[in-house]
Design a protein around this ligand. Structure first.
Ligand code: IMP
Ligand code: MG
Length: 175
């Protein structure tokens, strides 16, 4: 590896926490369906892992959206552009947005606002990580696997210069 990365959350701990989260979400959505919206690319690893942990009695459908927020390497600017929009309408659906990490909250603030305008039946947010120290926008995180301190992390979908998304653990980059 080009960069120095230390393990912050090991693979086994992530797996068991995602299983717990899947149980919690399954209880909350009992008798309903879940329309999961994955924010590409970072959210894809977490979404597949989480979706496998949803009670098989609950119908789960998936859609994908890609946004770019201009900024430097480790910080988003808040200017968000849709690169790929959803394939299906969300109107009347119980939507669960699944994202890797919420940091300043700018990306998700914009995205949730845009989705709300499309009239889903319900709209909730699930992130693998939450870095509350850096929040600049008030975004309600309904489910999160881990609340973490303000360090730049990679793995489980998260990248540094597009690398390390495939690490099965959450690592901390020594910048
Ligand atoms: P926000 O708009 O500041 O909340 O940033 C959200 C996006 O920035 C996330 O979806 C990630 O793609 C990226 N991001 C924020 N913090 C990290 C990090 O520690 N590692 C990798 N990507 C991050
Ligand atoms: Mg992202």
């Amino acid at each position: 590896m080009k960069d120095r990365i230390s393990v912050m959350i090991p693979e086994e701990k992530i797996k068991s926490r995602i299983a717990e989260l899947g149980e919690e979400i399954s209880r909350d959505y009992e008798g309903k369906s879940i329309h999961m919206i994955c924010v590409l690319k970072g959210g894809v690893y977490f979404m597949t892992a989480l979706s496998e942990r949803i009670d098989p009695e609950i119908p789960v459908s998936l859609d994908f959206m890609s946004v770019s927020s201009y900024g430097d390497d480790t910080k988003s600017s808040g200017i968000v552009r849709i690169i790929k929009d959803l394939d299906e309408p969300v109107e009347g659906k119980d939507v669960l947005v699944v994202e890797d990490i919420i940091d300043s909250g700018r990306t998700l603030y914009y995205l949730l606002d845009m989705l709300r305008a499309r009239k889903p039946k319900s709209l909730r947010l699930c992130t693998l990580l939450d870095k509350p120290d850096r929040r600049e926008r008030d975004v309600k995180v309904d489910y999160t696997a881990f609340v973490v301190e303000d360090n730049f992390v990679v793995g489980c979908g998260m990248d540094y210069h597009q690398n390390y998304r495939n690490l099965p653990y959450i690592g901390q980059v020594e910048l």
